[in-house]
Design a protein around this ligand. Structure first.
Ligand code: NGQ
Ligand code: ZN
Length: 455
């Protein structure tokens, strides 16, 4: 068995920063961790090492419209008008396009500091809305993109059946998403087969939202999760809250907690518009709040009360969602800045026990993101060797140390400061560039050229 030997000047371990650390990796895992070690001949040296962050919520294909939806339309622009533009893109996507765009998105995730993605995958059927010969054809394209880039995958095949609360019939733009409970069961089985070539993929389930799935349907598909993750979009837009109230007399999070056995397997994505009682309910159930600050800003969603949620012990992670811009540090920066702007305060998400805002954001997103994706994150003996190094000689990081590196990376990095990324022991990114960057980028450009020509 070939061994990788690394030496880090400083490495962030689950128990905190350690200096002069030697790591050996074997078989994709961390084999030994030696603190206060002297580097040995043949060790590869790095300055600052951190665990890779989980990206708990992505729709990889939406990376293909990044930057194309920033122009004013004929009516007031909103989440809902953006969604129409996104649906028009969905109408034109072929399986190879899904794979090429997902590979580019996953590559950028690795370059941006993420080592596992939760792919909330909801385009299942062909352009006419008919199931492919293999119902998990597009799931297998996502798996192929994960394999080509090396990112760890938690695949979340989405159950989508309706256009609005109370079981409203789906509209034509949603035809590629739709399954009933039985066919969804077959999709989950086929998705498990589709990811089986990946050594450490996980499959969870994902009722799209209370708009697209009724509480009864969600209860019916829940056993398919086995012990895996359950993700749902919830309370992202105020219109969604109003429609839910009009239909049920309850707000979305309130209804979800009332009607379904939400627990630590669940990830409530966005949960933007919540009352204090709903926040307390999410915390009591130990569910993860899946926050996507860049997309939530881009789509004009609103701001989740993260300060209150974290102060009371809530668990959170971050997701790149629409993939309009993919960068782990930027997600954490914007999460904190949203709170500062609303609260007119500083270091809003730091705590007495962790006064460094960067460290608190990083630790929180690492633990909560892992929980949401069905894994334990962190650099530990026996764990998957998934970690990153930072460009220690960048002026944004010099003369800092330990938690100050996290503060500086997140708040002062003017560009991506990720240097190298290892995933399952393989070094996939060097000097901020993925080993397959040219090939995957070339294919992505060809895909976009063809799709735009057809438009
Ligand atoms: C999605 N995206 O499923 O891609 C959604 C928009 C919807 C976000 N919520 C569609 N950010 O929620 O109906
Ligand atoms: Zn989403």
């Amino acid at each position: 068995m070939s061994r990788t030997r690394l030496w880090f000047h400083s490495l962030l371990l689950p128990e905190g920063w350690a200096d002069n650390v030697r790591l050996t990796l074997a078989d994709g895992r961390v084999e030994t961790i030696t603190r206060d070690a002297v580097a040995e001949a043949g060790d590869e040296h790095h300055e600052i090492g951190l665990p890779g962050l989980p990206n708990l919520h992505s729709h990889a294909f939406q990376h293909g419209i990044a930057g194309f939806t920033e122009q004013r339309g004929p009516s007031e622009d909103s989440f809902w008008t953006w969604r129409e533009a996104m649906y028009r893109f969905v109408d034109r996507m072929e399986p190879e396009d899904v794979e090429a765009i997902a590979a580019q998105a996953f590559l950028e995730m690795l370059e941006g500091g993420f080592t596992r993605v939760g792919e909330f995958h909801y385009v299942h059927h062909d352009t006419r809305g008919a199931a492919y010969g293999d119902i998990a054809e597009l799931a297998s394209r996502i798996a192929a993109a994960a394999s080509a880039t090396g990112i760890a995958l938690t695949l979340l095949p989405v159950f989508y059946a309706h256009a609005g609360f109370g079981g409203q019939p789906a509209v034509p733009g949603q035809r590629r998403f739709i399954n009933d409970v039985d066919r969804y069961g077959r999709l989950i089985d086929a998705s498990r087969r589709a990811v089986s070539p990946l050594p450490d993929a996980i499959v969870g389930i994902a009722p799209h939202s209370l708009r697209a799935a009724t509480p009864e349907e969600i209860a019916a598909i829940l056993p398919l999760a086995a012990d895996g993750p359950v993700h749902i979009h919830i309370a992202e837009q105020t219109k969604e809250v109003e429609d839910c109230l009009a239909w049920s007399g309850k707000r979305p999070v309130e209804l979800l907690l009332d009607r379904l056995p939400v627990d630590e397997h669940w990830c409530l994505v966005h949960a933007t518009h919540v009352t204090d009682a709903e926040v307390d309910g999410m915390i009591a159930r130990r569910a993860v709040a899946g926050l996507c600050p860049i997309t939530e800003a881009n789509l004009g969603d609103g701001i989740f009360p993260a300060r209150r949620f974290l102060d009371k012990g809530g668990r959170f992670g971050v997701g790149s969602d629409s993939n309009v811009l993919i960068d782990a540090a930027e997600e954490l920066r914007l999460l904190e800045y949203g709170q500062r702007l609303v609260l007119r305060s500083r270091n809003a998400l730091a705590s007495t026990s962790t006064p460094s805002t960067g460290r608190r954001l990083f630790d929180g997103a690492l633990a909560g993101g892992g929980q949401a994706l069905g894994v334990t994150s962190g650099i530990a003996v026996g764990a998957s060797a998934d970690f990153i190094s930072l460009q220690a000689d960048d002026n944004a990081l010099v003369h800092r140390r330990h938690d100050q590196w996290l503060d500086a990376w997140i708040f002062s990095g003017r560009h991506n400061l990720v240097d190298c990324v290892w995933r399952a022991g393989r070094k996939l990114v060097t000097n901020g560039r993925h080993v397959q960057r040219e090939v995957i980028g070339q294919r992505y450009r060809q895909t976009l050229a063809r799709m735009l020509q057809d438009a």
